[in-house]
Design a protein around this ligand. Structure first.
Ligand SMILES: Cc1cc2nc3c(=O)[nH]c(=O)nc-3n(C[C@H](O)[C@H](O)[C@H](O)COP(=O)(O)OP(=O)(O)OC[C@H]3O[C@@H](n4cnc5c(N)ncnc54)[C@H](O)[C@@H]3O)c2cc1C
Length: 495
């Protein structure tokens, strides 16, 4: 049997693309993620136009909707050591990047069928939070649910993150949620029929200062109380876990072998597919533009495809949540912050855990495909919805990575991109009712850890919504806490 290759870097065939179309992934960005075409060494240079032509021919797309996917720097595979040699001025903030603007989606991508005139629950945002909630609501019997997503699935942070999942947190609530999430991830393939490539190689946190080492030590006690087997280890013991790691300037580390990484895209599709199968409508390329409010309630959600009357609205728009909340006259304290990330060419498996230098925000792991995937926060990054990629980031990252793993200098970076953390003042999410707008529910503010929290948070939120039973999670993390309550800050943040 012969196969007709369309992307030779990633071994994607025309049948793979047709299969993606048959599953409803009809635009170039979605097909790229569903099949992996264009993510290899040539970065789509040889296959993009062929896929676009195929999509047009299959009549899955109108010609105006065949927009190419966003090109990702570097222009060609570039060695980490070369990137590390680019000068960085740490005294000034990073600016711009390519492309700087968040994508604007052509109206030609909008579905043509009408939206339902009414739904019990409207969820704004088709990221991991919105989709996981929709799936859990449907499982609990509530299927009159519509998810509205302004772009393609994976357009937001959920399609741009590092896939790290860990129980090593600094506060009991997050340890408990993460522990439950990882348990649910283990059964994801069985339940939702899609492999999320969970690999529990552990998380190795490194400390450069006595203060950070103390924090890791304090956490060990907390984690062990929850049955999480984190242990404090010496630099030598860390080098045993990751051969070749220098542990330069590090005084201690903590290691939990049960933390790990997953592959983000199928995680999202699994929930989307599962929710759709149970009757939920997931409407992509549909943007919320406003609300009709009266009597302390949201009565209608206004979109660029018409209005939907609703009983309950859930705000799960990630870093865009403050922007969407403002349309209802609600002020959220969240701030979007760009975080950049990259992926290299694949290497043989050599790295078990996800490694992070807590003091600098450097993190890196090896994906199931063998790529080094990593990022590093920039303390000078200003707040804003910027998703551009910079040379400054790759240079800072390459320098910091090579300090810890000197032998990877020859490895080439294939792709870099950025997404936005949705940052709250105490690094904890905002969940539950909105004061003054009773049927507007908050589900945002997941900083750099929403991916790993989604299964557990969505499970509890769906139960809370479906049964009306009280759950302290939605009081603890309510919007009111910023004006009224005492704030317990989460400080195990990477970046
Ligand atoms: C570089 C990076 C690395 C990360 N690494 C990790 C990690 O290792 N582990 C982890 O757990 N987390 C990580 N995170 C964080 C994680 O990705 C997020 O917390 C999580 O994906 C948030 O999910 P969400 O559904 O709230 O938001 P999103 O995934 O951003 O979804 C929100 C959606 O709302 C849509 N939307 C916005 N406005 C509108 C509108 N008006 N109408 C309709 N739709 C709208 C957007 O298009 C978007 O798709 C990382 C984030 C980044 C950026």
């Amino acid at each position: 049997m012969s196969k007709s290759l369309i992307c030779s870097c990633e071994d994607v065939t025309t049948d793979d693309v047709r299969h993606a179309v048959s599953r409803g992934y009809c635009d170039v960005e979605s097909v790229k993620r569903y099949t992996g075409f264009g993510t290899g060494i040539c970065q789509g240079k040889s296959c993009l136009s062929a896929v676009a032509a195929l999509l047009e021919k299959e009549k899955a797309l109108k010609p105006a909707a065949v927009v190419p996917f966003t090109p990702r720097p570097p222009l060609y595979p570039t060695e980490l050591r070369l990137l590390a040699s680019a000068p960085v001025d740490e005294s000034v903030p990073p600016v711009g990047g390519v492309p700087e603007a968040v994508e604007d989606y052509t109206p030609a991508l909008r579905p043509t069928e009408p939206l339902p005139a009414k739904a019990k629950v409207v969820i704004i945002g088709g990221g991991i939070m919105g989709l996981a909630l929709a799936y859990n609501l449907a499982r609990a019997g509530e299927t009159d649910v519509v998810v509205l997503e302004r772009g393609y699935l994976c357009a937001g942070a959920s399609g741009r993150n590092g896939g790290g999942v860990r129980m090593q947190w600094g506060t009991p609530a997050l340890v408990e949620l993460a522990k439950r999430s990882i348990d649910l991830m283990k059964g994801f393939a069985r339940e939702l029929g899609i492999n999320v490539w969970l690999r529990q190689g552990g998380y190795l946190f490194m400390a450069r200062t006595a203060a950070v080492a103390k924090k890791l030590e304090r956490n060990v006690t907390l984690h062990n109380r929850f049955g999480v087997p984190t242990r404090l280890i010496t630099p030598d013991a860390a080098r045993d876990i990751v051969p070749g790691l220098t542990m330069k300037n590090c005084v201690a580390a903590s290691f939990n072998p049960e933390d790990g990484v997953i592959f983000p895209w199928p995680f999202l599709w699994g929930y989307a597919q599962g929710a759709r199968k149970l009757g939920v409508r997931v409407e992509t390329y549909t943007e919320v533009k406003g609300f009709d409010l009266s009597g302390g309630q949201v009565r209608k959600v206004r979109t660029d495809r018409g209005d939907i009357a609703c009983d309950t609205v859930v705000l799960a728009s990630g870093a865009w949540s403050p922007e969407v909340a403002r349309l209802a006259g609600v002020q959220l304290p969240n701030e979007p912050h760009r975080h950049e990330i990259l992926s290299t060419e694949p290497l043989k498996p050599f790295l078990g855990p996800l490694v992070s230098v807590l003091d600098s925000g450097l993190y890196f792991s090896q994906s199931m495909r063998g790529e080094i995937v990593g990022g590093m926060g920039d303390p000078k990054e200003p707040a804003g919805l910027n998703m551009g990629s910079t040379l400054r980031f790759v240079s800072r990252f390459a320098q910091a990575l090579m300090e810890q793993l000197p032998h990877v200098g020859h490895v080439k970076v294939l792709r870099q991109w950025a997404g936005c953390y949705d940052v709250t003042p105490d690094n904890n999410p905002i969940l539950g009712r909105t004061p003054g707008l009773d049927n507007l529910l908050q589900m945002s503010g997941f900083v750099g850890h929403g991916f790993m929290m989604a299964p557990a948070v969505a499970e509890r939120m769906a139960k809370w919504m479906a049964t009306g039973e009280s759950d302290e999670l939605f009081t603890r993390f309510s919007l009111r806490r910023f004006s009224e309550g005492s704030i317990e800050r989460e400080d195990m943040i990477i970046g």
